[in-house]
Design a protein around this ligand. Sequence first.
Ligand SMILES: [Fe+2]
Length: 248
Amino acid sequence: MKFLVFSDIHSNLEALGAVLSRVRKRKIDAYLFLGDIIGYGANPNEVIEVLGALSNLVSIRGNHDKVVMGIESLEFFNPVAAQAIQWTKQRLNNFSKKFLSSLKKGPLRIKEGICICHGSPQDEDYYIFTPEEAYASLDFSGERICFFGHTHVPVVYEFRTPEAYTVYYPLEEGRTTIKLNPEYKYMINPGSVGQPRDRNPRASYLIFDESKQVVQFYRIPYRIVNARSKILKQGLPPVLGDRLLEGY
Ligand SMILES: [Fe+2]
């Protein structure tokens, strides 16, 4: 099976459109989305409409999706993120509300040996930034491969043992191919579609070819200026548009 694995769109319609048009001709068996559909950007309803039209989508919720639906309070959000949540909340249409409330809490087992989560399998709000955190999370999941999001940074943690590991960072643009070893275990982050934070503004996603055990990361350009000008026009905090230009 071939999986498109993507995360953290954050209401960025331009970035999502660029990713989906890039993969249109590929045979994707399932779209695995790791959470945070909304927040920050100016097109929450439009992004949900596009995702809702994907027949083979498997999606879990992110922390922003959870907060906008009132499942959790805004108290741990910074003021800029909180402002974007309030803005989004006032604009969600009925289809969007229904879609967001249907999202499952991670982790979710896709098939034997493979799971997806937002932050980590133990806690959807937890940030994985180190190999030690990655291994503890993988161990908790009990799976061989776990895809996670939330940090907005693409990375592969490969474990031969808990202590013997390699960390791979994909190239800054184009495609990076990583062959998985069937004996090893992996925590893999596809990066963020709509708000990259690794100082690279290009949209990030990956394709996992399960039969070949190959992960291909992609970094692709999209119309950032359009996404930014909509954010400014809507009166959202300007930093949310500016950061898209730099990828931070
Ligand atoms: Fe996010």
